[in-house]
Write a protein that binds this ligand. Structure first.
Ligand SMILES: [Zn+2]
Length: 273
């Protein structure tokens, strides 16, 4: 499933290609995605002002004041191709622009979904009202995290994966940032000290930023042909390394299941306290 860094990379890849483009036609395969597609007619003859990311949604802001909201689901991909290239299997939505380019949305499993909203009421849209802060923005700080978690009895790992608190910290990134911050993933979320909340925030940011940077070099895979969604080639310290030696202390990495998701950690470097 595309995670925050992958979505950010897709946005960065699309921006130079479709900013300013005027939409002239929209066609679809006739198959629904997760939900029925919106009526695109109010977007015709309108220009895309910019593309942004919020959580794992792509936001296509149009100059006349509407925003197309797009979630990639499990297997969604965008490809920018010329109009002359035939629509391929699994390309369920095609946006055609005045300059002859098309934006193809391919989604083999069709868990992706699309919505349309007035740009100035985006924050009130049902998909956004309950979302927490963006991890890469200043709102996400040690003080914020401490304040949000002060009564939480869940584990710290499940807490940082909770979208109501902070968005886009997926399973892999949660394990990796807890390792870097030397925090045991099963500790009670409210029991960390101030320095630990600060360290955790700093490491969540750096893990995500590094993944985005790693994605930048493979950008063509995401927005041109033959792209595969998924995790970037990115070296993990603990994720997927059960029983292998810790890269810091050589003790075997342990795997536990929390909230149905695998967690990897080093029992020596991440003490329970
Ligand atoms: Zn270790």
């Amino acid at each position: 499933m595309p995670e925050l860094p992958e979505v950010e990379t897709v946005v960065n890849g699309l921006k130079p290609q479709i900013t300013g483009a005027r939409l002239v036609a929209v066609s679809n395969s006739g198959k629904n995605l997760r939900y029925p597609l919106p009526d695109f007619s109010t977007l015709l003859q309108q220009n895309i002002q910019t593309v942004e990311r919020r959580a794992k949604y792509l936001l296509f802001h149009f100059e006349h004041g509407q925003t197309l909201i797009w979630h990639l689901g499990m297997t969604g991909q965008f490809h920018v191709l010329y109009r002359s290239e035939q629509v391929a299997k699994h390309e369920h939505v095609t946006l055609t622009f005045e300059d002859g380019q098309t934006l193809r949305y391919r989604d083999t499993r069709r868990f992706g979904y699309v919505g349309l909203c007035d740009t100035n009421s985006l924050a009130q849209h049902k998909w956004f009202t309950k979302l927490g802060v963006e991890p890469l923005l200043d709102d996400f700080s040690g003080d914020y995290l401490r304040d949000m978690l002060k009564t939480r009895k869940t584990s710290i790992k499940q807490a940082i994966m909770d979208n109501h608190i902070v968005v886009g910290v997926g399973n892999i990134y949660a394990s990796e940032s807890l390792f870097r911050a030397a925090i045991h993933p099963q500790r009670i979320a409210s029991h960390l000290n101030k320095k630990e909340y600060q360290a955790l925030v700093a490491h969540i940011r750096s893990v995500l930023a590094e993944a985005i940077e790693a994605g930048g070099s493979t950008i063509s895979d995401f927005v041109k042909t033959d792209g595969k969604p998924g995790y970037f080639a990115y070296s993990f310290n603990v994720y997927g390394r059960a029983d292998k030696p810790c890269l810091t202390c050589s003790k075997p990495i342990q795997k536990v299941v929390q909230g149905g998701r695998a967690t990897f950690f080093c029992p020596q470097c991440q003490k329970r306290k």
